[in-house]
Design a binder for this molecule. Structure first.
Ligand code: ADP
Ligand code: TZD
Length: 613
């Protein structure tokens, strides 16, 4: 085994591990990373060495990772400092879950794994929710957590923040690795990157014990041990016969439909996806985070006729969308089935990178397995020159429903009730996004989510980030911070007041880094709505109700941002326009009718106890 792990060099306690003895050469350069070791005091001058801290940093940099989202503490405090000193952007959060959410969103937006860095046990667990959520959403991220001393952890002898983190992360991550020796850091980081972005992307856990960081090894050997990952997310070309089968089925359709999911947004194959939709002339539905892949105002969008097209369609082409609960698992009333378990009459084509996704809910007649870019371009190539337009009756039936529903929505949006409601407030957000199509919209809540999704049109790909596959609350500020950091664009976060509560403290982070984030809280005094009463008649408020008329905007003011309290659409519009003009961190507390909203929003039916007498 290499001299790196001689008794002399290896830190024997956590305290030792935290006290690296650094030395600099004459110009303060090259040996900045050098550690005493590799030579005894009376031997020849030590060869240049490199420690674990810098190997981790160099491994990340070598792979074009330029940002770390994290929260410092034992044993990774020095890692955050040194990473910043070495030119990485380190965004330091107030709670690891939001750092993890930021890493996940960065991964979705850039196709590079977002990095979240945490301390051991509790910090790791705080980050783990985000890691599990990233895996569920197929977003690439790497949760790097420091961990305590292996010998003590494994014997359960009671170390500081003792926990077998690797074992706990495994079932919630796409992959999980631990690095024990400095010379393996390069491999560990490379494996984590490959696992996160290849195939179906997901969350990866990388366990770095405290003792690893101050381990020193010969600098040249260290540099040679690092790996620049070649082609981390290799194209996966679909089989020609699978493509032909899919196109034959699509051609045979009388009532075809395309559904675009967030996998399609992630794939960054925007031009080809648009070409496929337009060349086939097939109506399409965007899932929430696929909105804007084609502008929501596109004439082929069937979003305003969703409840008509799903059951009526006969062949459905899914591109990067799973038939999970968000699509009623491909069966039941939504799809024309008579009972919740009954399948509709559709035949499905599913384009997905995961070979195991097909048939997970209903029969997939034509799976096309490969990366979306390659699959869609193969399908485009196979369309030929005389692809038939979908039957005119189908298009006309959709157009009729669409225009009826759009007219109805326009009427609702034109109203200006007092107090404001979701519609009159979101009508403003709709205008603001239309005028600022590059802005990234982050969205969470129940009603605040559902109404924003249906009212606010998106015009460009990957401009909408939301609660995703789990419908998880608390992603708002982490996603907003990541969006602002990786894109530099204005971010608008439309938040339910409950949703905001899960992550509100991160407005300090937004202020600290001066990020152009405008948070709009649709404040109806509670979870879903704010007008419930305690059924027992006691003094405690009902479980879903918050402090009335809470002044959330003061939270932003507390950290130097702009806080605005608004009760009218005009005031909301002005506050949002000011925020965009100034690019200052802004929180608009938009007070809406506390009776507005329904339990769980659009998914009331999933509530086992929601049936009201
Ligand atoms: P939505 O919630 O928008 O319906 P899902 O998260 O359910 O979308 O589905 C996304 C799907 O996209 C996943 O099944 C995932 O395997 C797939 N996917 C992600 N990236 C790619 C890619 N580059 N190529 C092909 N499929 C992908
Ligand atoms: N906890 C977590 C982590 N995720 C969840 N989804 C929930 C709890 C349950 N939940 C929802 O599904 S939506 C929601 C909760 C608590 C909040 C809804 O209230 P809101 O939005 O104020 O954010 P609206 O607009 O008032 O409905």
């Amino acid at each position: 085994m290499s001299s790196v792990r001689t008794e002399k060099e290896a830190a024997t306690t956590l305290e030792d591990a935290l006290k690296p003895t650094k030395s600099r050469d004459a110009d303060g350069e090259a040996v900045v990373r050098a550690f005493k070791g590799g030579a005894t005091e009376d031997s020849a001058p030590a060869a240049e060495t490199i420690d674990g801290f810098h190997l981790v940093i160099d491994a990340l940099k070598l792979n074009d990772i330029d940002t770390i989202f994290g929260l410092p503490g034992i044993p990774i405090t020095d890692l955050t400092r040194m990473a910043q000193a070495e030119g990485l952007r380190v965004i330091s959060f107030r709670h690891e879950q939001h750092a993890g959410n930021a890493a996940a969103a960065a991964g979705f937006l850039t196709q590079k794994p977002g990095i979240c860095l945490t301390v051991s046990a509790p910090g790791f667990l705080n980050g783990l929710t985000a890691l599990a959520n990233a895996t569920t959403n197929c977003f690439p991220m790497i949760l790097i957590s420091g961990s305590s001393e292996r010998e003590i952890v494994d014997l359960q002898q009671g170390d500081y923040e003792e926990m077998d983190q690797l074992a706990i992360a495994k079932p919630l991550a796409k992959a999980a690795f631990r690095v024990l020796h400095a010379e393996d850091i390069g491999v560990g980081v490379a494996r984590a990157i490959r696992a996160a972005v290849s195939g179906r992307p997901g969350g990866v856990y990388l366990d770095l014990p405290a003792k690893l960081f101050p381990q020193a090894m010969d600098a040249e050997a260290g540099r040679n041990s690092l790996i620049k990952v070649v082609d981390p997310a290799p194209r996966q070309i679909p089989a020609q016969d699978a493509v032909a089968r899919a196109l034959d089925l699509l051609k045979s359709a009388a009532r075809p439909l395309i559904i675009l999911g967030k996998g399609a947004a992630y794939a960054q194959a925007d031009a080809d996806i648009r070409a496929l939709v337009e060349k086939t002339g097939i109506p399409y539905l965007p899932m929430a985070m696929a909105k804007g892949l084609l502008p929501d105002t596109h004439e082929q969008s069937a979003a305003a006729a969703r409840s008509y097209v799903l059951p009526a369609s006969d062949v459905v082409l899914l591109i990067g969308a799973r038939l999970n609960w968000l699509l009623s698992n491909g069966k039941g009333k939504t799809w024309g089935g008579k009972s919740p378990k009954q399948w509709g009459a559709q035949k499905f084509i599913q384009v997905d990178i995961s070979p195991q996704e097909a048939d997970s809910n209903v029969r997939i007649d034509a799976p096309v397995v490969g990366d979306i870019g390659s699959c869609v371009s193969a399908m485009l190539a196979g369309l030929g020159t005389n692809w038939p337009r979908p039957p005119a009756e189908w298009l006309a039936a959709i157009a009729e429903r669409k225009s009826k529903n759009i007219a109805k929505m326009a009427q609702t949006l034109a109203k200006n009730p007092t107090p404001m409601n979701f519609h009159s407030a979101l009508n403003v957000v709709r205008d603001v996004i239309k005028a600022n199509p590059d802005a990234i919209l982050v969205n969470e809540g129940a009603n605040a989510l559902d109404f924003t999704r249906s009212i606010v049109d998106m015009y460009k790909p990957r401009k909408r980030l939301d609660v995703g596959t789990w419908g998880v609350m608390g992603i708002g500020m982490g996603f907003s911070i990541a969006a602002a950091v990786v894109s530099g664009e204005q971010v608008i976060a439309v938040e339910g007041d409950s949703a905001f509560g899960f992550c509100g403290m991160e407005v300090e982070t937004i202020c600290r880094y001066g990020l152009p984030v405008c948070v709009v809280i649709l404040n109806n005094n509670g979870v879903y709505r704010g007008d419930e009463v305690n059924l027992a008649g006691g003094r405690d408020p009902a479980p879903l109700v918050f402090v009335k008329d809470a002044r959330y905007e003061k939270l932003m003011e507390a950290f130097g941002g702009v806080g605005v309290h608004v009760t009218t659409p005009d005031a909301l519009r002005k506050a949002m326009e000011d925020a965009i003009r100034s690019r200052r961190p802004t929180l608009v507390n938009a007070v809406i009718d506390e009776g507005a909203g329904t339990e769980s929003g659009r998914i009331t039916s999933l509530n086992p106890t929601a049936k009201k007498a």
